[in-house]
Unconditional design. Structure first.
Length: 156
């Protein structure tokens, strides 16, 4: 079940905020042992700098891979509003990524139209929920490509 705000078009499931509140600390505490896999989806922690505050903000997101790069989808559950982390990385594209116990810096880039089209085709099988999210909103849902500054290596 979801709740829909009349003013923002927010389609966040009722359990969404509760889940993030549990997911994030468990992922950090266990270095992703708990929280990296959610069903068949894999999650990473994306840390951006707040566009106004400059404070670090961490969000768990599902991700896919494309060669050496990773990509995330700014669907915001099909809301008419972009997620806050999207605005943050547009203002400050240098981000930190954690995948399990790997932490690395990356440059976040909004996929240009032709690359987005190619990645969106991959999402039809890898992340079919995003087709539903796109149907809920009139905005085009951006795909963010995370280009690692260097190949991620395991921290000890």
């Amino acid at each position: 079940m979801t709740r829909t705000s009349r003013t923002t078009g927010n389609h966040t499931p009722r359990w969404g905020n509760w889940m993030v509140g549990i997911h994030l600390p468990l992922y950090r505490l266990t270095n992703g042992f708990i929280g990296h896999h959610l069903g068949h989806r894999r999650t990473l922690l994306l840390t951006t700098l707040g566009r106004r505050s400059g404070a670090p903000r961490t969000t768990p997101l599902t991700y896919m891979t494309d060669g050496p790069d990773y990509y995330v989808v700014a669907s915001n559950w099909g809301s008419d509003q972009f997620p806050a982390w999207y605005y943050n990385l547009v203002a400050h594209p240098q981000v930190e990524v954690q995948i399990r116990n790997w932490r690395f810096q990356a440059m976040a880039v909004v996929a240009p139209p032709e690359e987005r089209a190619r990645l969106w085709q991959q999402l039809k099988t890898a992340g079919p929920q995003y087709q539903h999210h796109q149907a809920l909103t009139s905005r085009e849902i951006p795909i963010i490509v995370l280009h690692p500054d260097k190949v991620p290596s395991k921290e000890k």
